[in-house]
Design a protein around this ligand. Structure first.
Ligand SMILES: Nc1ncnc2c1ncn2[C@@H]1O[C@H](COP(=O)(O)OP(=O)(O)OP(=O)(O)O)[C@@H](O)[C@H]1O
Length: 403
């Protein structure tokens, strides 16, 4: 397994405070210049004892880094999408926000989007980013915007469009006209079920498809990096297969709508409903197209990468393994695994820390022997001693994780 360790005794926020002035007064990096750079702010000691023997420590003090993993992520002006996902509470938002800050500080106008119904981007950036619109994040060198998608609002739009095209309104109408047979066919689609208790992941799929929609417009063409902070694993897994499911459902709805349209066109023209129905059909068709684009995007190795975030516990590793297997099955590109919250070494190891470290080592070994995870590039991120909130703290974390 390719692995990079970032565990260091100097990774305390107090050190971050000490170097903060240096970091914030660094000149703006020239746009898309990603030549090897001198790293001066984090000291990684080569003598650090690492959790497993196969991990390598890179000393970066005052040295020139060779082409790094982050260079690959940051290079090129073509738009790239990064989706960060994993078990609840492992640090997805912190990692996503820190990556977004890092992109913006490296010359990429960046957008970070939360599709997790329980948003925490605002908390992470310590700025109010609520409201469902793009909000500028203050602090980074280049534009960084954040968007917390309101999943319920997105679902409502879908519900409206679908209902007008074969939901209960059309059903009642068809029954009234003695066309119950077609209404039965609509029933078979379980449309009511879909709308009343939407399958988990529907909100997120619609939210992502909405983001895709507005990103296509000229107004937002400046964004060259899009980072998604996704919902916990279960949601994400269902989300992956959802575009296919929805594509099939919407396709059927549209086909039936055609049948209904031809069977009732005379009646409808009397009732003057044709325009409304056509608009709704267009909306539904557009949603279907966007879903297809989302599906393509998920599988496009050139522009998309799914980064799994985990912590060194057996439970989180098992869940990450399942996530990785599902991503592979769905042909979603996944290369990196961030193992977050690793206890940094301490000269005065208390009993609790020693036990915890041992436990974490076991989980790290598990990763190395896991058939799903061992082929991924493992990035270890330390547990820092205060909560990571605000752009300077995210920059600090990002400079440790994304190298
Ligand atoms: N490396 C770290 N060191 C210290 N604290 C961390 C680290 N990573 C994350 N945290 C803290 O852990 C908590 C959870 O992190 P975060 O919100 O990023 O997780 P999440 O996976 O997005 O959670 P959720 O699934 O609830 O959305 C936050 O308080 C965050 O500041």
């Amino acid at each position: 397994m390719a692995c990079r360790s970032v565990v260091s005794s100097s990774l305390h926020m107090t050190n971050f405070m000490a170097v903060k002035g240096v970091l914030s007064f660094a000149p703006n990096p020239p746009l898309f210049h990603h030549l090897p750079k001198v790293v001066t702010f984090v000291s990684l000691s080569a003598s650090v004892k690492l959790p497993t023997k196969s991990f390598q420590v890179r000393s970066v003090v005052g040295t020139t880094e060779a082409a790094s993993e982050f260079d690959e992520m940051v290079s090129g002006t073509k738009r790239k999408y990064y989706m960060l996902g994993g078990k609840g509470g492992v640090g997805k938002t912190s990692c996503a926000a820190s990556l977004a800050v890092k992109f913006a500080n490296n010359g990429h106008p960046t957008l970070v989007v939360s599709t997790d119904p329980a948003h925490s981007l605002s908390d992470s950036f310590a700025q109010d980013l609520t409201g469902g619109a793009l909000v500028p994040v203050e602090g980074p060198d280049f534009p960084l915007f954040a968007l917390e998608i309101n999943p319920e609002k997105s679902r409502e739009e879908f519900r409206n469009a679908a209902q007008k095209n074969g939901g209960t309104g059309v059903k009642d109408f068809m029954d009234g006209m003695g066309l119950g047979m077609i209404a039965d066919q609509l029933g078979e689609l379980k449309l009511g079920e879909l709308l009343d208790s939407p399958p988990p992941g529907l909100d997120e799929a619609i939210a992502i498809s909405k983001v895709m929609q507005f990103l296509e417009s000229q107004e937002y063409s400046m964004f060259t990096r899009i980072v998604f902070d996704t919902a916990p694993t279960g949601h994400t897994l269902r989300l992956l297969s959802l575009p296919d499911f929805l594509d099939a459902s919407i396709g059927k709805i549209l086909k039936l709508r055609q049948k209904i349209a031809s069977a009732t066109s005379a009646i409808k023209s009397v009732f003057g409903q044709e325009n409304t129905q056509q608009n709704s059909a267009d909306k539904l068709e557009k949603l279907r197209e966007r879903m297809l684009k989302v599906r393509e995007l998920f599988r496009d190795t050139d522009s998309t990468e799914f980064v799994i975030v985990t912590i060194p516990t057996v439970m989180a590793v098992s869940e990450s393994s399942r996530l990785s297997a599902s991503l592979k099955k769905e042909n979603v590109p996944v290369k990196r695994l961030v193992v977050n919250q690793i206890l940094p070494p301490s000269p005065s190891d208390c009993k609790f820390c020693a036990m915890k470290r041992k436990d974490q080592m076991r989980a790290l070994d598990l990763i190395q022997n896991d058939p799903e995870l061992s082929s991924l590039l493992m990035i270890q991120a330390p547990l820092v001693d205060v909560e990571i909130r605000g752009v300077p703290a995210l920059k600090f974390l990002g400079d440790i994780i994304w190298k």
